[in-house]
Every structure is written in structure tokens, then in C-alpha cells.
Design a protein around this ligand. Structure first.
Ligand code: NAD
Ligand code: ZN
Length: 367
């Protein structure tokens, strides 16, 4: 196997490594076989990703004696349903997948969450391997062991924790990713710098152009550092009792922006970008952060061609209401992960009046 970067995830008997590097896709067979070699494997993906990458993966698995069956679900968030989980179970049964088998997810966060949930629950759990192919899935969704599906009444309402046996990230798969999807992942990359690592934030600012151009050296570094940061947070708090909440930085406002903007108008990453700025403004108002933090954050996000303005269609009262509904805190205070400075974040209760003030100020400063 080539000389890839390995990020170990230490979770006792569920420990595994994330393998990162250009071309890693062709070594996925060796990686999977080096864990508990599966008797058979279900390779879950969608037609878009399959067109680009399924051959390489199937060949690599087969070269290591792993007979894998390709299972396709439609692309997009709307595939993250219980109906599709049941379809996967039936296909697993048809192909004779048993407790010695494995489910391998090849694709973005949708495929990872769906296939991971099927793997977590089929026969009370079978081995799961991830091959994330979007930047968001590499730096965020594939690390941490959360799997799940949506219900008609909301996203991610059903799920399970199920750690993968291996995760393989081929940064070259990002070459075919639509630019908007790439930027989605970059918003989470910026968030990682803000919550955990000032030097990383500075690196992303200086490498913005290279990252947008998907240059190998910078991309491998960003994926590696983001995976390490999410790994550190998850390792310290696997079941989300405390520290893990800092990963929500920017997200309280982002979820409200997604709802108020109308689902699909702003992508998740675009909403996170806007939310990171509003939340920094709120932190400044509360005296948690020095003045200028929001501007510094907006500057790096603009360099990455992410939106930083609070559009006029995002009514302040609607945002405040959406936060309250999301956090089920009507009339009370909502918990935010606010930046104190670049590299450090704190969980704080924010009253509605301060949320409104932050949104208004955001609109005044950046439209
Ligand atoms: N489990 C977690 O901890 C976690 C964390 C964050 C997000 N998520 C979930 O992740 C999902 C979003 O993931 P996403 O942003 O990867 O979206 P996605 O999985 O929908 O992928 C985005 C699009 O890119 C396409 N695509 C994927 N890889 C490609 C490639 N290499 N080249 C060309 N096209 C490619 C897909 O077909 C899809 O149309 C959401 O459902 C979210 O809830 C989960
Ligand atoms: Zn996010």
C-alpha cells in the first residue's frame, strides 16, 4: 500500500484508522481486508458516485478476495428514509449477507448515514466501512459514528451510533465534486479552525485559493486536520454529553437560516457560513469575544466564496422563532456554541433578545 496519512481513532475495542490520501480508493480492498475480512460485502452507493468510482472499488475489493454486490439508491437527501433502509435489508437478505458480512458506504453523507444505519441494525449490527466522497462527508459526516435517517417530520430523527471498522478518504474523488458541494465542506473546515485550532484557521485563510482549486497538498492537509479535530472532540465525548456540542458552532443560526430561507434555497454549508458570522456577532455583543472576530470570520468565508450576508428574506423574528422551535425553548434561552476567539468556543445560553440583536447587526454589517 502507498504511503497514506493515517489518523487513528481510539475508542477502545471499537478503534479504527482513517486513511487519507490521493488514490486511496484503489487500496480500499487491502484496507477492508486488513480489518475483519468480510465473507461478503454490500457496496451501497448512488448512480452518480457509482459512475465515477464503483469500478475502482469493486476491483480493489475483488483483488483482496472480497466479493461485493453493488446496491444503488437514488442521489440526494430524500433517499435517507426508513423505506430505503428496508430495501437495503431485503437486498442484504437476497445476497445472503450474514453476521460475517460487511456494509460499505461509497458516497456523501447521505449514503454514509443511510448505509451506516442499515449496518447498525441489520441482524443487530454488522461491520461497516466508509468511503466518503464529498468534502463534507470526509471532514464531518464520516467521523464520529453517527448514522441515521430522516422522517417526514424532520431530519435525522431516527439513528444509532455505529463506529466503522475503517474509513478511506481519497482526496482525488473531490475532483468531480460540484463546486457548491465543495464549498459546503469548506464551511465545516472553517468551523473546525474556529472551535479548536487557530493555526489551522490561519492555514485555511492563506490556502483558500488552493483549496478552491482542490490542490492536492492543501486538500490532504485540510482533510487530515479536520478529521483530527473531529476525532479529538468525538473521542473525548463519544455519546454527545458535553464537549461534542462545540461542533454545533454556527449551526444554531444555520438551522434557522435553512428553515426560514426554505429548504434547499441555502445549502447546509451556506447556512453554516452565515451562522458562523451571526454567532460571532452575538459573542461580541455578550462580551465573550473581542470586537472584530465576526469580521475576521466573514473575511475567510468570503475568500472561500461562501455567503456571509444576512439576506433581507431572512426576517429577524422568523429566525428567532425558528431557533426557539429547533431548540424547543419557546420564550426561554437557547444553547449556542459561541466562539470566544479563533480556536476556542464555549457553550452559552442566549436569550431571544440577543439572538434578534445579533441578526439585526449582522444585516447592518453584511448584506
Ligand atoms: N453522521 C454525521 O455525523 C453527519 C454529519 C454531518 C452531516 N451529515 C449528513 O450528511 C448529509 C449531507 O452529506 P453531503 O453534503 O455529503 O451530501 P450528499 O451525500 O447528498 O452528496 C452531495 C451530492 O454530491 C454527489 N457526490 C458525492 N460524491 C461525489 C463525487 N466525488 N463526485 C461527484 N458527485 C458526488 C452526490 O451524489 C450528491 O448528489 C446530510 O444528510 C447530513 O444530515 C451527517
Ligand atoms: Zn454542519
Amino acid at each position: 500500500m502507498s504511503d497514506y496519512t493515517q489518523v487513528p481513532v481510539d475508542l477502545g475495542d471499537r478503534s479504527y484508522a482513517v486513511t487519507i490520501g490521493p488514490g486511496a480508493l484503489s487500496d480500499v480492498g487491502a484496507i477492508v481486508a486488513s480489518r475483519r475480512a468480510p465473507t461478503s460485502a454490500a457496496l451501497v452507493t448512488n448512480p452518480t458516485v457509482a459512475r465515477h468510482y464503483s469500478q475502482t472499488v469493486l476491483q480493489s475489493l475483488s483483488a483482496h478476495g472480497i466479493d461485493a454486490r453493488l446496491l444503488l439508491v437514488a442521489a440526494g437527501e430524500r433517499s435517507k428514509t426508513l423505506a430505503n433502509v428496508e430495501r437495503l435489508y431485503n437486498w442484504f437478505l437476497d445476497m445472503g449477507l450474514d453476521r460475517g458480512g460487511a456494509v460499505i458506504a461509497l458516497g456523501g453523507g447521505v449514503i454514509g448515514d443511510l448505509a451506516g444505519f442499515a449496518a447498525a441494525t441489520y441482524m443487530r449490527g454488522v461491520d461497516f466501512h466508509q468511503i466518503p466522497t464529498t468534502l463534507l462527508a470526509q471532514v464531518d459526516a464520516s467521523v464520529g459514528g453517527k448514522t441515521g435517517v430522516d422522517l417526514p417530520r424532520g431530519k435525522n430523527l431516527v439513528g444509532a451510533f455505529h463506529q466503522p471498522r475503517s474509513v478511506t478518504m481519497d482526496t482525488r474523488t473531490l475532483d468531480t465534486l460540484p463546486a457548491r458541494e465543495l464549498r459546503c465542506g469548506l464551511a465545516e473546515v472553517v468551523k473546525h479552525g474556529i472551535i479548536y485550532d487557530q493555526a489551522y484557521f490561519r492555514f485555511v485563510a492563506s490556502a483558500a485559493r488552493h483549496l478552491l482549486a482542490r490542490e492536492e497538498t492543501e486538500m490532504v492537509h485540510a482533510v487530515q486536520r479536520s478529521v483530527e479535530i473531529k476525532r479529538d472532540v468525538v473521542q473525548a465525548d463519544e455519546r454527545e454529553s458535553g464537549l461534542r456540542a462545540i461542533l454545533n458552532c454556527g449551526h444554531t443560526i444555520a438551522h434557522a437560516v435553512e428553515v426560514v430561507g426554505g429548504y434547499g434555497h441555502y445549502s447546509h454549508g451556506e447556512a453554516v457560513s452565515i451562522g458562523l458570522v451571526t454567532e460571532a456577532i452575538i459573542a461580541e455583543h455578550l462580551g465573550l469575544a473581542e470586537n472584530g472576530l465576526a469580521k475576521e470570520i466573514a473575511c475567510i468565508l468570503s475568500k472561500l466564496r461562501l455567503p456571509v450576508g444576512m439576506g433581507s428574506e431572512l426576517d429577524t423574528n422568523d429566525i428567532v422563532r425558528a431557533v426557539a422551535l429547533d431548540k424547543k425553548t419557546l420564550g426561554g434561552a437557547a444553547r449556542f456554541a459561541l466562539p470566544e476567539r479563533i480556536g476556542q468556543c464555549r457553550i452559552v445560553e442566549v436569550p431571544s433578545s440577543e439572538i434578534a440583536r445579533g441578526v439585526e447587526e449582522h444585516r447592518r454589517l453584511f448584506t
